[in-house]
Every structure is written in C-alpha cells, then in structure tokens.
Design a protein around this ligand. Structure first.
Ligand SMILES: Nc1ncnc2c1ncn2[C@@H]1O[C@H](COP(=O)(O)OP(=O)(O)O)[C@@H](O)[C@H]1O
Ligand SMILES: [Mg+2]
Length: 255
C-alpha cells in the first residue's frame, strides 16, 4: 500500500459504527515496517550464529593444524617420521576444507529451490516409495484412503524422506518404532510421521537453517522441507506427541 506521505507495509483494519443515526466507516492503518524489520533482524541473527558455528568448526582445526605443521618444519633435526606427520596433517586440513565446501553447497541448494512442477500424484504410492528407501528400520505404513494430489512428486518425496530420516534417527536411539499415515481433511491432505524417540528437546531452532543436534547432521532437512511445503501452499510442523514420548511431523498440502 502506498499513498502520499507514506509507503511501506501496513495493516489495514476496517470497522463500521453509527453515530447520531448515521453509519460511519473506521479505517485504521498500522505501520508494520518496524515489526517486520525486527523479525528479519532476528532471523539473520539466528542464521549468522549457526553459520559462524559451522565455519569455526572447520576453520579452528585448520588453523591449529597449520600451526603444528609449521612447528614441525622448524624442528632441528627433523623427527624421523616428519613426512608421515606432515602428510596426515595436510590430509586433515583438506578434509576440513571439503566439509566446509559441502556445507556451502547445501546452503546454495537452500537458496535456489526451483518452483514446484506439479502433476497428479498417488499419495499412497509416493509414501510407499519413501518407506522402501529407508534401510535402517522397517517403517510401518498405516494404510489410508486412495488420494491423488497435485504436487511436485520429487519435491514431496524429498520432504517425506527428510521426515522419515529424522524419525528413524530418533527412534534408533530408543529402539522405538516409526509409523507413517495419511488422511484427508477437507480440501487438504495430511501426511503424519510419528516416532518413539526421545522427542524434541528444544523446539525454537528446529526450522533454523543449519541447526542440528547430530554429529554429522546438516541441519537443512527441516528448513528445506518447510520451504517445499510452503511453495505448494501447504505447511509443515513438528511437535512432541501428546500420547507418549516421541515426535510427530505433519505435512499438510492442498489437493
Ligand atoms: N523426529 C525428531 N525427533 C527429535 N528431534 C528431531 C526430530 N526431527 C528433527 N529433530 C531435531 O531437529 C534438528 C534439525 O533437523 P534437520 O533440519 O532434519 O537436520 P539434521 O537431521 O541434519 O540434524 C535435528 O538435529 C534434531 O535435533
Ligand atoms: Mg534431518
């Protein structure tokens, strides 16, 4: 909305009232720019915190290895196995640099999600494909109604792979089970992935890019999955179960 003397993002509220028997209309404009900027600032802060953490994890060992190698080269006389030490130090440096570059590739993938190429997809078949892709644990499929959705099959498959992967990660910790089911809800469908893991420790950071609590985790699974869900006009949520310990992910999509 823009008008003389002001432009930006505004919330418009409208109501009617009567005064002295005459109908009036009340329009209230609220400047939202400040609130939105504050939200944006917080999102950036969270992102920079996670990015910084990941970069330090690679850069700190690189610097320390470079220091040890320098000390090694200055030693007089050189220790007999200096070549082995130098070789293993350089290998570690290369591997840290590789992992940092993989991390940056993942970041690029996040920033460049293509728009969904929608087609008619049989939801039950898609779910079955995803379940068959999980070798670590037999995920139980609770059969649901036969449903067609209009969606990008590859992208939705990616979302479900991520959700099942996280559920299995959690369930393996407790030797619990994972189930997947789907249902119809008005003009939407919901796919529900439940696990019997420990549940979610801290729900605030789940969807922050690169947030992970796993040693080899990328922390982009949920962020990417939510982006895909929203690009389809749907939603993705993850919360603790209310019936027992464990987590429940709900992917909701328009049909
Ligand atoms: N089913 C789940 N149960 C408990 N915690 C979960 C579950 N799914 C996701 N999380 C938490 O959310 C974090 C981010 O998940 P994700 O974006 O998929 O990245 P990653 O799996 O690489 O860690 C995980 O590290 C974990 O702490
Ligand atoms: Mg994951």
């Amino acid at each position: 909305l823009s008008f003389p003397g002001g432009s930006g993002r505004w919330r418009v509220g409208r109501s009617t009232f009567r005064e002295h028997g005459l109908p009036h209309e009340l329009v209230v404009l609220t400047d939202l720019s400040r609130t939105l900027r504050e939200e944006e600032r917080r999102a950036w802060q969270r992102l920079v915190r996670v990015l910084g953490h990941e970069m330090n994890n690679s850069l700190a060992p690189i610097k320390s290895l470079a220091g040890s190698l320098e000390t090694l080269l200055r030693r007089e006389p050189m220790p007999r196995d200096w070549k082995d030490d130098a070789e293993s130090g350089l290998k570690s440096i290369a591997s840290r640099a590789d992992s940092l570059s993989r991390f940056m590739q993942a970041y690029t993938r996040l920033a460049k999600l293509p728009p969904p190429q929608k087609e008619d997809v049989d939801l039950g078949e898609l779910v079955q494909r995803v379940v068959n892709l999980e070798p670590r644990l037999k995920v139980q499929t609770v059969p649901g109604p036969k449903l067609q959705i209009h969606a990008d099959a590859a992208q939705i498959e990616q979302v479900l792979i991520n959700l099942v992967h996280n559920a299995v990660d959690a369930a393996l910790e407790t030797k619990g089970a994972v189930t997947i089911r789907w249902r119809e809800d008005g003009d939407c469908v919901e796919v529900i992935v439940r696990d019997e893991g420990e549940g979610i420790m801290n729900p605030t950071n789940l969807f922050v890019p690169f947030f992970t609590t796993k040693p080899g985790g990328s922390g982009i699974g949920l962020t990417l999955s939510r982006q895909i869900a929203e690009a389809h006009g749907g939603t993705l949520s993850l919360a603790n179960r209310t019936d027992r310990t464990g987590a429940e992910a709900v992917l909701r999509l328009p049909r």
